[in-house]
Design a protein around this ligand. Sequence first.
Ligand code: GTP
Ligand code: MG
Length: 189
Amino acid sequence: MKGAVDLQGLPPADMPEVAFWGRSNVGKSSLINALTNRRQLARASGEPGRTRELNFFNLGGEIRLVDLPGYGFAKAPKKTAQVWTRLTEAFLKGRPNLKRVYLLVDARHGLKQTDTVMMDGLDEAAVSYQIVLTKADKLKTAEQDRITATTLGQLAKRPAAYPEIIATSSTKKTGLDDLRDAIAAFTTE
Ligand code: GTP
Ligand code: MG
């Protein structure tokens, strides 16, 4: 594992990477822990704005998971939040070995305004991304299906959006195998 606070601190672009992005507190670090069966590999917290640097986790020397700082955290000092966002965007747009961004969205809330702004940036830069619903344990299956359908409709005209949504729960450990399979496909390309 390696943490980066600036572009100079990034590890070499020598293996495929997938990045986890989304609003602050949406569950990025928790999902990385759940995927890798580690309790605190990525630091998760109830306090929004926990992840303050780009954290890289090497999986079996074949692929790297990247835990990104969240956006839309109103309580962070504005300057600080801008620095995180600028670094994250520079990474997302300039990383040649980045295979996909998993854009995490709270299953209870669906896409928020800030998510659509970030998606606009990814579409413009032609960076492939896929929506992953988090905290699905907080919803009944019927509600999950409804939010999935609504969100899919919102992706329809977005060129870089992958047209499938994976619903996950890090606490109940659901949807993880679907996501693992999707990620594993990038190592065999
Ligand atoms: P930042 O690093 O601040 O951007 O946050 P993050 O997106 O990494 O979120 P983090 O994983 O730290 O989780 C935020 C809070 O949501 C914590 O209190 C977690 O316990 C909780 N949480 C994360 N995933 C789930 C989930 O699947 N279900 C439920 N019920 N809670 C979750
Ligand atoms: Mg985090």
